[in-house]
Design a binder for this molecule. Structure first.
Ligand SMILES: Cc1cc2nc3c(=O)[nH]c(=O)nc-3n(C[C@H](O)[C@H](O)[C@H](O)COP(=O)(O)O)c2cc1C
Length: 151
């Protein structure tokens, strides 16, 4: 089973989220690549079973600036038969705009025809022990769903 984890980060929190998911995928014997969003192409998701995005949220619910092309190109992808999950770090200080980019990526993935493997995970700032548990559970669900689809 293969996975691609794409992250966008300014201060490192979403890279940490992506690292935790990547480690957990490896622990579940998944062959995983982890790529920063400007180096990734949504077409790369065609070659894997599990697709993950870890975006930060900026300026009142905005997507990462450097990830806008990736986001637009993802809209055009057909990912039927793939499993997706979105997890990212924001800041609860921003109230209703907390982690909006996570949910925006989730909406786009749903339109690609891919199957949602786990509920979106919203992390406040740097992931703590509780977040690591949530991200491990998130990863296990993705792997389980992908195994069901490939059965
Ligand atoms: C100018 C600015 C605007 C932000 N706006 C939001 C926001 O609307 N929603 C949110 O959840 N977090 C917001 N954040 C917080 C970041 O998303 C948060 O610090 C996140 O952990 C950064 O991820 P990174 O370390 O991967 O860059 C904002 C941060 C800054 C500096």
């Amino acid at each position: 089973m293969k996975a691609l984890v794409v992250y966008a980060t300014i201060t490192g929190n979403n890279e940490d989220v992506a690292d935790i998911i990547t480690d957990a995928l490896e622990d579940n014997n998944v062959d995983v690549d982890e790529t920063e969003i400007t180096m990734a192409d949504p077409a790369d998701f065609e070659n894997v079973d599990i697709c993950v995005v870890c975006p930060y949220t900026y300026d009142e619910g905005a997507l990462p600036d450097e990830g806008l092309d990736f986001y637009d190109d993802l809209k055009a992808e057909k990912l039927t038969g793939k499993v997706y999950g979105v997890a990212g770090s924001g800041d609860t200080y921003y109230g209703d705009d907390f982690c909006v980019a996570v949910d925006k990526f989730g909406e786009v993935f749903a339109k690609t025809g891919a199957t949602k493997g786990a509920e979106n995970v919203h992390v406040n700032l740097a992931p703590d022990q509780d977040d690591i548990k949530k991200l491990d559970a998130f990863t296990k669900q993705l792997v389980k769903k992908a195994a069901q689809i490939n059965d």
